[in-house]
Design a protein around this ligand. Structure first.
Ligand code: EPS
Length: 392
């Protein structure tokens, strides 16, 4: 079973991703992994940290001659900012007077519940791990998962469909999403330039008022055959696994599969995707076709052969330049919440991190179904299944 873990703090020496369970022989394109890390750092409204870091993956194990070798893959991403923090956050005992406390919890962050849980006198150690900086490691692990999926012709991409009050009000094609992810300059990752400019204005207005703004990203999986995931066991339903993984990302407060939210306000006759039987179609594995995809590619916890569509609803970043009311940890006096360097809008970046989580879950379930200790064996099993489906 493919699994991954991350380690590292936002201002520590480095971030770590440890991925295991991949078959041997999967091509590993380091430039591809680094471009995924670059994508995560982009977006109009990103904070000052992104000017300090140029996130790069340093692969320490599990890959030789640009291919996986079946052993755990350890990836390190150094924090350039560490040189500014090593005296304030030393691994050794160090000089306690240099500790940079977060003296009053920021509403919306993990600060207060984290300090209570771990019995910290302030929220510095909480922020160090709760920060969205951790998603850097997930993107590295997810990029490796994407490379496994790519070997089977399965792709994952994302785009932004809402920033604050500005929403994209139309369906999009897979090709439009791919075009957005291929851009060398990422503003807000919206497929429609007119809407993207309105989103940019929304972020600019938010920044001028010392506030923050969230939004909605959409992740699409293209090329996944029917039959991945199952209704047989509650913890193997593909929609449940995807929702869990995307919800686990920093600042995500809701997840939907397909038209999850508006389906709840609609009648079945307008929601469910009618089934037709059409002529041979090179694009499709079978002649079963649908004219819409409200189910988001999953029915009964199983992929149905349509694009899998997962949307994440991101709260506005909790660190405000015009801070909300809070209380000092030490004196309990009423005060303004602490301010830490932060972002105004991170919806495009969260979409990239969500791609990584979706790719990891899909890769895990693909390996669960098709298995294989080598890329050759995985591909043979996968092709055998595709042939079976074509003949169904
Ligand atoms: C981020 C890294 C952080 C923040 C931000 C996003 O770096 P720093 O704390 O040094 O500025 O800029 O994370 C948060 C504000 C947060 O609370 O999650 C990143 O790498 O995405």
């Amino acid at each position: 079973m493919i699994r991954f873990e991350t380690a590292g703090e936002s201002h520590g020496e480095a971030l770590i991703a440890l991925i295991s369970g991949l078959p041997a022989g999967i091509p590993v394109d380091l430039d591809f992994i680094n471009r995924e890390l670059w994508r995560r750092q982009q977006g109009f409204g990103r904070g000052g940290r992104m000017k300090i870091e140029t996130d790069k993956a340093h692969i320490l194990s599990g890959v030789r001659h640009a291919k996986t070798i079946g052993s755990p893959i350890a990836i390190q991403i150094v924090n350039r900012d560490w040189k500014n923090w090593e005296e304030k956050l030393p691994v050794e005992a160090g000089d306690a007077s240099k500790h940079q406390a977060v003296t009053s919890p920021r509403p919306g962050h993990a600060d207060l519940p984290g300090a209570l849980k771990y019995n910290f006198p302030d929220a510095r150690y909480v922020l160090e791990r709760a920060s969205a900086r951790e998603s850097t490691s997930r993107v590295a692990a997810g990029a490796v998962a994407k490379l496994l999926l790519r070997s089977l012709g399965i792709e994952v991409a994302s785009h932004v469909i809402r920033v604050g009050r500005v929403a994209l009000e139309r369906a999009v094609t897979w090709e439009e999403i791919v075009a957005v992810t291929a851009k060398d300059e990422i503003l807000l990752s919206c497929v429609d330039p007119v809407v993207e400019e309105r989103m940019r204005e929304e972020v600019a207005e938010t920044s001028r008022s010392g506030d923050t703004v969230g939004g909605v990203f959409e992740v699409v999986v293209h090329g996944l055959p029917p039959g991945v995931g199952t209704y047989a066991n509650w913890d193997e339903r593909l929609d449940g696994l995807l929702a869990w993984a995307v919800m686990s990302l920093q600042a995500v407060k809701a997840v939907e599969i397909g038209r999850g939210v508006t389906a709840a306000e609609s009648f079945g006759s307008s929601v469910h995707d009618a089934i037709y039987y059409g002529p041979e179609n090179a694009e499709k594995l079978t002649r079963f076709t649908r004219h819409q995809n409200n189910a988001g590619g999953i029915e009964g916890g199983i992929s149905n052969g349509e694009d899998v569509v997962v949307r994440g609803y991101l709260k506005p970043i909790s660190t405000l330049r015009r801070p909300l009311e809070s209380v000092r940890f030490d004196t309990r006096e009423a005060t303004a919440a602490s301010y830490e360097r932060s972002d105004i809008c991170v919806v495009p970046a969260a979409g990239v991190a969500a791609e990584a989580m979706v790719a990891f879950i899909v890769a895990q379930q693909v390996m669960e179904k098709f298995g294989g200790d080598s890329a050759l064996e995985l591909r043979r099993n996968f092709d055998g299944y595709l042939d079976q489906i074509r003949k169904y």
